[in-house]
Design a protein around this ligand. Structure first.
Ligand code: GAL
Ligand code: ZN
Length: 661
């Protein structure tokens, strides 16, 4: 467990390196990430590699005990490359080149891009394989899909389809192209989406998204092969941007050693609390990608600005509290973005730990304190892991399918997932947010927000979990389509109807209209969607109160094998989730905290029978909560509890003697 910073030696006069390295060492920084945008300095003209400056920088920092992660610079192809090989630039739907002059301006399928990327990565790998200060690599920077329409993307898309479908007949059948005379008679008729209407065949668009992910994965794999070959002792990671995301992170990270996340919680006072909750989800998602601890490769150090007008500066305690939140949810190393604010370039006002003035101030002192704390606790936390009790299922395919076809005003796959996750966080229940294709054995409770595309194999895996005793919670828009994004022609929830013991007789997409349901004699509002349910063995547990379907069933529960399946036919307000999930958790034997104050988050890291509990007040308000006894605070070496008053952004970490708070 260590602390690092993102450092750009090429942005500073060499005379500053030594001072920076000294201050880092004094502060407790033992790691820098470098070079991920430095192609024009590493290869100033074609074939003229110059790593001497990076060697000198690495040596300077190594002298101060600082290790280095090198980012491959392929996110920023230099001007000479773009000029000489225009296929490097992605093309928009009118086939105009896109993005020259900033970053991310590269087509993943461009032969020149692939060729020159491989060359520079190989040079770097060979050069730094045996440098004792270098410990690992970051591929590129924050990959995302770029919807390129160039000739190379077009021909590779066709190859990808040929590989998947073999014949033009099977593609016509899989996509149902018969509608609107969309049948293909020759592969050459299939192109990338090339603009036009938003109402293209959804099967085609979803496959195009999958192809785009595979293009990124292939582009990264070229680099990985080189790095694995020449640097067998180094790790390779990638810094993912946040969620929701079209690019399939599960595929992207499959061959990496671990996931790194760039995490920027909102500093605005109005948003800070909700951003603490969505941040918790982001951290759980990152941990779920490889089902292991991860790194934070970038995180907030000062007021962010550039892509938007500047946000508020992090309130005192904010940098520290969100750093501990990251560790509490599975981060093993924190790299702060960035050491010092950039004097030039577009991101001048995305502030670092040190301002342009080069005078370390309040934020820096907070960071210094954080480094001390992490150093002190690292030996205890080393090797501990987060073990969620509940599995929430997530999928980039589902997200993309809902993006392609917005079901109704106000319905958003990811927002709905957020609401459920937030309810668990408010109940103090740790969740693992996993790929829907993951093995889910061992979870007592599984929540599956809208399995819109439902693979019968996933359905049968879920059935098995339930038969073996798990409780499964299903939501509307489940079992609507197959993996080709074509509707199942059977009653909803399609392949899960049997396990759910219910079918949908009719539905009303109510969008932003607000209706009510009654559950356990209490009314709750709902919106977006109303499935009118007809139980087939399941028991009705909630009813609609409005409209022509007043009195009809809104939610059911069905005993199935040793477990049960809840089907929620509508999207209720958060208050419902809090009551309902608390009830379900209780019945599933899960421990929850009945009155955790708003904005306080708790989580545990575990190793064998040793458990550390983290408590964080991620708000600007003082909060009070009750603990199950008194504990010694590992941060302050004092006794805390049973009544614990937490100042704004306060953090406490305690060792739990046995299985209760
Ligand atoms: C990340 C990116 C960094 C920097 C930071 C602040 O998305 O990887 O290079 O731009 O955001 O905007
Ligand atoms: Zn392209």
């Amino acid at each position: 467990m260590r602390m690092g910073v993102d450092y750009y030696p090429e942005h500073w006069d060499r005379s500053m390196w030594e001072e920076d390295a000294k201050l880092m060492q004094e502060t407790g920084v033992s790691l820098i990430r470098v070079a991920e945008f430095a192609w024009s300095r590493l290869e100033p003209t074609e074939g003229n590699y110059d790593f001497t400056w990076l060697d000198d920088a690495i040596d300077t920092f190594a002298t101060h005990g600082i290790h280095v992660v090198i980012g491959t610079p392929t996110c920023t192809p230099p001007n000479w490359l773009v000029n000489a090989y225009p296929d490097v630039l992605p093309q928009d739907e009118k086939l105009h080149p896109r993005y020259p002059g900033i970053r991310g301006h590269r087509c993943y399928n461009s032969p020149s891009m692939r060729h020159y990327s491989a060359l520079i990565v190989e040079r770097l790998a060979l050069h730094y394989a045996n440098n004792p200060a270098v410990i690992g690599w970051q591929t590129d920077n924050e990959f995302s899909l770029n919807e390129c329409n160039c000739e190379h993307c077009n021909s590779r898309f066709r190859m990808w389809l040929q590989d998947k479908y073999d014949s033009i007949e099977s593609i016509n059948a899989a996509w149902g192209t018969v509608v609107w005379s969309g049948e293909y008679s020759d592969w050459s008729q299939i192109t990338t989406p090339l603009g036009g209407t938003n109402h293209k065949n959804p099967s085609y668009v979803l496959d195009y998204k999958r192809f785009e992910t595979d293009s990124v994965v292939e582009f990264q794999q070229l680099q990985l092969n080189i790095l694995r070959k020449h640097c067998p002792n180094h790790f390779v990671t990638h810094n993912i941007w946040s969620y929701p995301m079209s690019l399939d992170y599960y595929k992207l990270c499959e061959n990496l050693d671990f996931v790194s996340l760039d995490y920027y919680p909102s500093t605005s006072p109005e948003k800070a609390e909700s951003s603490g909750y969505s941040g918790a989800l982001t951290l759980d998602l990152a941990r779920g990608i490889k089902r292991q601890n991860f790194w934070i490769m970038e995180t907030i150090s000062g007021p962010p600005g550039c892509w938007m007008p500047m946000w508020r500066t992090p309130h005192p305690g904010f940098i520290r509290a969100f750093a501990w939140q990251s560790i509490a949810r599975g981060a093993d190393t924190l790299v702060h973005f960035r050491w010092r604010s950039a004097p030039s370039g577009a991101e001048q006002f995305w502030h670092g730990l040190i301002d342009h003035s080069n005078v370390p101030g309040r934020r820096f002192e907070e960071y210094r304190g954080l480094c001390d704390e992490v150093r002190k606790l690292a030996p205890l936390l080393e090797g501990t892991e987060v073990q969620g009790e509940v599995a929430i299922l997530h999928s980039h395919d589902q997200y993309n399918a809902f993006q392609i076809q917005h079901q109704v005003e106000g319905m958003d796959y990811f927002d709905n997932l957020k609401t459920i996750h937030r309810a668990f966080t408010k109940l103090g229940i740790m969740t693992d947010v996993l790929n829907e294709t993951d093995d889910l054995s061992g979870y007592k409770l599984i929540v599956a927000p809208s399995l819109f595309l439902l693979d019968p194999e996933i359905a049968s895996r879920l059935e098995t979990c339930v038969k073996n005793g798990a409780t499964l919670v299903l939501m509307p828009r489940t079992g609507v389509k197959n993996q080709n994004n074509v509707c199942w022609t059977q009653p909803l929830p399609g392949p899960l109807s049997n396990a759910a013991g219910v079918t949908v007789a009719e539905y009303d997409p109510i969008g932003r209209d607000v209706h009510n349901i009654r559950w356990q004699n209490k009314a709750y509002s709902c919106s977006q969607w109303c499935d009118i349910l007809s139980p087939k063995g399941a028991e009705a547990v909630a009813w609609y109160e409005d409209d022509f379907f007043a009195g009809e069933t809104a939610a059911t529960v069905h005993k199935f094998g040793e477990g049960k399946v809840y089907y929620l036919g509508t999207v209720p307000e958060e208050a419902f989730y809090l009551d309902f999930l608390r009830d379900v958790a209780d019945n599933s034997g899960l421990h929850f905290i009945p009155d955790l104050p708003e904005g306080i988050q708790i989580s545990t890291r575990v190793k064998g029978s040793t458990r550390y509990l983290f408590l964080m007040n991620l708000t600007r308000k003082q909060q009070t909560m009750l603990l199950d006894g008194t504990f010694r605070s590992l941060l302050g070496s004092r006794e805390i509890g049973p009544t614990l008053t937490m100042a704004p952004y306060a953090v406490e970490i305690v060792e739990l003697p046995q299985k209760n708070v």
